[in-house]
Write a protein that binds this ligand. Structure first.
Ligand SMILES: [Zn+2]
Length: 322
């Protein structure tokens, strides 16, 4: 699923081969408990607070620039960790070096963890870095604060659910954006690092789903699920959108997309990317992307709410399918 590369000139790349780097011990998700029978409380999509998600997005967007390796990125990582802790989740930062076209940089993946009572691991992911080399006042409101705001609101809702069978990891990736062109040492640094950790620690078969959110705040809401998505997860997402009454806002995109879900797909883990890659001044256009028009005026609480509620429907399906 990872081979299709039919992007327009400004789009993201898709790596054909993922690098194998040095081993890093992964100790975050070591719970191996027996399945506890009994009913599991369903998550309530209606409880997702869209305005709260928008405030979280605005707070992160205010931290700019936050491209990988900058003080802003470090500040953003600490901010996200603090917000996860405030939500009631165990939170930590995994800092690691990784080569880039301009030398080795330190990246920071941020995690919130909800321990599971049984087997299985669900990853909910966003990136939090902003595109480098942009002129102020570029703040990455949609790319990447929107998805991070949704994830923080999901953290608040999930925190009391300590009785769910699977472990849930909320992951905020650093270094999604490339400096020059996406390649094995440029872009997707955080996601490649985590996928590698999972494989090296024999955890990849525990992963039920990687649900990646990216650019989910456009007021003109139109989720374009890329071709390189696990089909069963696409079905679950479309059913979730149907349940939420917004099926017409979800479509299967005609292209594959290079994004943080790719390293997981490449390692055999089920993954989906919920992304609105038509972020622009008119339907079908993406001309706000990576421009100063990616600002808070062009994203809405309503769109964040739609995304959050769809994810909660998806989690209910996934949690009760195993
Ligand atoms: Zn971007």
């Amino acid at each position: 699923m990872v081979e299709a590369m039919r992007f327009p000139c400004r789009s993201k790349f898709l790596p054909a081969v993922l690098p194998i780097l040095s081993a890093v011990l992964f100790t975050a998700c070591s719970a191996e408990q027996s399945v506890r029978p009994g009913a599991t409380q369903s998550l309530q999509p209606a409880l997702f607070d869209s305005e709260r998600a928008l405030r979280e997005a605005a707070d992160l967007a205010a931290l700019y620039p936050r491209d990988a390796g900058t003080p802003g990125a470090e500040q953003a990582a600490l901010h996200l960790r603090d917000r996860l802790q405030a939500a009631g989740l165990e939170a930590f930062i995994d800092s690691f070096p990784d080569p880039t076209p301009t030398g080795t940089q330190t990246f920071h993946n941020v995690f919130g963890r909800l321990p599971g009572q049984g087997r299985g691991l669900l990853l909910l992911a966003s990136h939090y870095d902003s595109k480098s080399g942009m002129e102020p006042p570029f703040c990455g409101a949609n790319d990447s604060a929107s998805s991070s705001g949704v994830l923080l609101e999901l953290a608040r809702l999930l925190a009391p659910h300590t009785n769910l069978p699977p472990e849930i990891l909320l992951v905020f990736f650093d270094g999604e954006e490339c400096l020059r062109y996406y390649s094995e040492h440029d872009g997707l640094h955080g996601s490649r690092h985590l996928a590698r950790q999972l494989v090296e620690n024999g955890k990849q078969n525990d992963v039920q789903a990687v649900i990646l959110l990216d650019m989910v705040g456009d007021k003109d809401y139109n989720i374009t699920i890329p071709q390189n998505t696990t089909p069963s997860l696409a079905h679950i997402a479309l059913d979730a959108a149907q349940a939420e009454g917004i099926r017409s806002s979800f479509s299967l995109y005609r292209y594959a997309m290079g994004d943080d879900h790719v390293p997981f797909l490449a390692a055999g883990m089920p993954a989906i990317n919920l992304i609105d890659f038509e972020f622009g001044s008119a339907p079908g256009r993406n001309d706000y992307w990576h421009t100063p028009d990616d600002n808070m005026a062009h994203i809405s609480a309503e769109s964040l709410g739609k995304t959050g509620r769809v994810v909660l429907h998806m989690l209910n399906t996934l949690i009760h399918s195993k």
